[in-house]
Every structure is written in C-alpha cells, then in structure tokens.
Design a protein around this ligand. Structure first.
Ligand code: SF4
Length: 334
C-alpha cells in the first residue's frame, strides 16, 4: 500500500480502514472477556447448546461460536445441529429461521432488540395485497422472499432466497413473473442475471445502501491493485465497480482462493473481522459501516441467554409451517 501524504490517509480511512485496530480490545477488556468466554463454554456443555453466529458478529462472539456463516449456511446448519438449545448470535429473523426449522428445540436470541431494517420494510398483509393486485396482470406470479424477512412474510411466500442463491432459485421457479421482496438492490442484481420479469419491492438494507461509488473510487485511486468484493445488497452503481459480487461467505472463499493480497470488503464491517482471523497473511480494507442491530449482540448477553434461557423464539404453528415450506423449497432448489 502506498499513501502519498497523511491527508490521503485521512481521506481514505474516512470510509474504509485497514483491519487490526487494537483500540477496543485492551488487555483488561480481553481478560474480562476470557472469564465470560469460559463460562459460556461451561454453560454450552450443561445445556447441550450450540451457538450459531452470523458473519457480521463481533470477533469475541466468533470465539464462542460452534458455527459461523451467512444466512444460507446458518439455515442449513440449523437443520443439522445435535443440541437441545440453539443460541442464535444474529438478528431476529435469523433466530426465527432456526426455530422454523427446529420446532422442538429451544432457540434463544440474546437481545430482542436485534432486528433488521430490511425485514421491517415488508409485512405479510401488504405483501398479500400487492400479490393479489399483480396476479390480475401476471396470473403466474410467484413471491420470492429474501431470508431477511419475518416468519409471517415467509409464510405467504412461494420460496425464500439468500444473496448467494437468489439467481439460481429464481431461475428454477415455474413462473416467468416474480415479485421479489424486500431488497430492491438484490432484486436489480437478480434481474441482471435472469431473463425472467423481476418486480422489486422498495426496501433496502440501511447499512449497504449508504455505500457510494465515490467511496469505492477514492480507495481505488490510492490502491489500484486492490480487489473490490461487494455484497449484492449494495446499490447498482457500487456493484458496477466491484471485481466480484458475492455473499459474505462467498467473499471468504474468494479471498482464501485468490492470489491477490489486498481486498476492499464492501459489506458490513464484521465480516472483515472474520477475514482477519482466518487469513491474517492478507490485507483487508473494511467498510466502516456497522449494522447497529447485529452489534446489539454482546458476549455478556450471550452468557446471560444461556444462564437464564432468554429470550426464546415462539411462533404460531400455522405461520411456522408456512414459512418452513418456503425455506425447504429454497434448500431443495439451491
Ligand atoms: S446488515 Fe442490513 S440486512 Fe443485515 S441485519 Fe443489518 S440491517 Fe438487516
């Protein structure tokens, strides 16, 4: 990396920073976390529990997790775990997904405030109204919903998709007209990769939607050789500048297998922490875009979740079975 002046560095790091800042993880803080980590491990054994953690979680959560992944990997993992209790270190819709697929197990979310702006942008009643309107024009219309939706929305959908399988799943649906909810950026990305007619909902993820092409170009100017990896929830003008458009786990695989040494990781910044832990020999520049919902999950709350068995996810059986049908169809098609 070659930066010309301190001013360049200041400008560059306003939006993207190199990894490894020790600021938050002081010696005292690490000692405190070590005690909590030990207790979590004891509780996992006592409760026959596993911890599933999304790629956007904090590094200390990765340390206690039994499995780390993106939405699709965690959904798959949730069907395979041998445990009485699943602690889901992610956001609410992800814990719901684990419960949908594991009705007889206890699924805990350590902090109930961990929601998602994208999931909140569509509700089941509005979706049914829109579907009924559109079916007057497109009788074969099917609903494909991103997994970042509530269980109620999944229950009225024909199939679920994730960022890594959306194109593949849409291609396999027996319909030419697809109402795609709720992410408008992912919908546009799918439209560019299929001949089917994609009708987009107008939701977006506030974390990815705020990243601009100017931010990417500024980094590229200083680091022309950097590989830009972008998540499909980013805006179309950002995706056009990427070397690869990938889900979070796709980014991990790409960075692992690529000969390149430096990467600009254009997604929520927690993924970059995972990359630093797994590939310390490479250099990653992370977007300084935090998902406030994901970061609500702390190590201390994870311990308390196991200690006090809080907060269990509950679903009406009718909603659960409807959502399960859409999720299982996705797992079959992908
Ligand atoms: S990063 Fe975006 S889509 Fe993911 S949980 Fe946060 S708000 Fe939702």
């Amino acid at each position: 990396m070659s930066l010309e002046t301190p001013r360049d560095a200041e400008e560059l790091f306003r939006d993207f920073a190199p990894l490894g800042s020790p600021a938050v993880y002081t010696r005292d803080r690490c000692a405190e976390m070590a005690g909590t980590t030990r207790r979590i491990r004891e509780l996992k054994a006592e409760r026959r529990a596993v911890i599933l953690a999304h790629n956007y979680q904090r590094p200390e959560i990765f340390e206690v997790a039994d499995f780390i992944g993106d939405s699709l990997e965690l959904a798959r993992q949730a069907t395979k775990v041998e445990a009485d209790v699943i602690v889901f270190c992610g956001v609410h819709f992800m814990a719901e997904t684990a419960k949908i697929l594991n009705p007889d197990r206890t699924v805990l979310l350590p902090d109930l405030r961990a929601g998602c702006s994208l999931a909140d942008s569509v509700d089941a009643d509005s979706l049914e109204d829109r579907r009924d309107e559109l079916r007057k024009i497109y009788p074969d219309l099917m609903i494909a919903s991103y997994v970042n939706t509530t269980a109620e929305v999944k229950a009225v959908s024909d199939v679920c998709v994730t960022s890594s399988n959306a194109v593949k799943v849409v291609e396999k649906l027996p319909s030419e007209n697809i109402l795609f909810v709720p992410d408008q950026n992912l919908a546009r990305y799918v439209q560019e990769n299929t001949k089917k007619n994609i009708i987009a909902w107008d939701g977006n993820c506030y974390v990815h939607h705020q990243i601009t092409p100017e931010q990417i170009e500024r980094v590229r100017k200083h680091l022309p050789h950097v590989k830009v990896l972008a998540h499909p929830e980013c805006r179309h003008d950002v995706l056009k500048l990427a070397d690869a458009v990938l889900s979070t786990s796709g980014m991990v695989q790409y960075a692992r297998e690529s000969d390149a040494q430096e990467f600009l990781v254009v997604t929520e910044c927690g993924l970059s922490d995972r990359l630093l832990l797994e590939l310390p020999e490479k250099t990653f520049y992370k977007s300084c875009k935090l998902c406030a919902y994901m970061k609500m999950i702390t190590l201390e709350d994870t311990r308390r979740a196991l200690e006090e068995m809080r907060y269990p996810i509950e679903l009406h059986e009718e909603v659960r079975t409807g959502a399960e049908r859409a999720l299982k169809r996705m797992l079959e098609l992908s």
